[in-house]
Design a protein around this ligand. Structure first.
Ligand code: ADP
Ligand code: MG
Length: 254
């Protein structure tokens, strides 16, 4: 059965409509429109400074645009006025950054258990069980009692992903999560993200890993200078884009 437009609207989990954002005099987002559906693997690529991180930060209510609409899982994020409302939203939207920022004085297991128990008030025993399941998922079961300083960058980033998942988010944002890693540990983090996407997690991925984006994405957008200049399937963006800037960008990195 063909989905009616109404059904599509219902399953859109993230929608940005004509979003404009400036920091002081600097216009950073100049009219961003995008729609992400439940279960999508959505990638954002583009040059440094083009606004990719700012788009993710808008979705997670870390910054508020001057104009435009942002709807995330039924919530009008641009209209949230209280910090408590933004915190509510962030419980439902996981974000993983380039810098994993684990608590160095807590074990891997405790790093994962902390937020669900403290912020969501989740049951400790159930959360420990969940944390162990997530460690298995990110292939780090044997590191539960280790401290972050004893792990490689790639292992720490996998813990950070498990920590985000422990909040049972409705979608996860990944902001260049492999950019700070030694090349030999990039692959193990990408495997974990690939598994999550295969499990159906709605994901928005900002990445410079072009081959990975090509492999796992349903939709790719290319940003430049605060605008989305093209969007389409991986095939369209990576192989048949007309825009010479995209061809150059994609060609130069893959
Ligand atoms: P990208 O993630 O694509 O590299 P960003 O979204 O981080 O780009 O940044 C887009 C532009 O906004 C850049 O020119 C950056 O310097 C500027 N910018 C980002 N955050 C701030 C901020 N908090 N204050 C001022 N300018 C910012
Ligand atoms: Mg960025």
């Amino acid at each position: 059965m063909t989905a009616s437009p109404e059904t599509e609207t219902n399953t859109a989990i993230v929608k940005l409509e004509d979003v404009h954002l400036s920091f002081g005099q600097t216009q950073v987002l100049k009219g961003i429109d995008l729609t992400i559906y439940k279960g999508d693997a959505f990638s954002i690529i583009g040059p440094s400074g083009s606004g990719k991180s700012t788009i993710l930060r808008c979705i997670n209510a870390l910054v508020t645009p001057q104009s435009g609409k942002i709807t995330v899982a039924g919530t009008r994020v641009d209209q949230l006025t209280k910090e408590s409302e933004r915190i509510q939203l962030r419980k439902r939207v996981g974000i993983v950054f380039q810098q994993y920022n684990l608590f160095p004085h807590l074990t891997v297991l405790d790093n994962i258990v902390l937020a669900p128990t403290k912020i969501l008030g989740a049951d400790k025993t159930a959360t420990v069980k969940l944390a162990r399941e997530l460690l298995e998922k990110v292939r780090l079961s044997e590191k539960a009692d280790a401290y972050p300083g004893q792990l490689s960058g790639g292992q720490q980033q996998r813990v950070a992903i498990a920590r985000a998942l422990a909040m049972k988010p409705e979608l996860v944002l990944f902001d260049e999560v492999t950019s700070a890693l030694d090349p030999e540990t990039v692959g193990e983090v990408l495997w974990v993200i690939r598994d999550l996407i295969r499990d159906g997690m709605t994901s928005i991925l900002v990445t410079h890993e072009m081959r990975f984006a090509e492999e796992i994405s349903d939709t790719v957008v290319f940003t430049e200078n605060g605008r989305i200049v093209d969007h389409g399937s991986p095939q369209q963006i990576f192989h048949t884009a007309d825009n010479p800037r995209i061809r150059q960008f994609v060609g130069g990195l893959s």
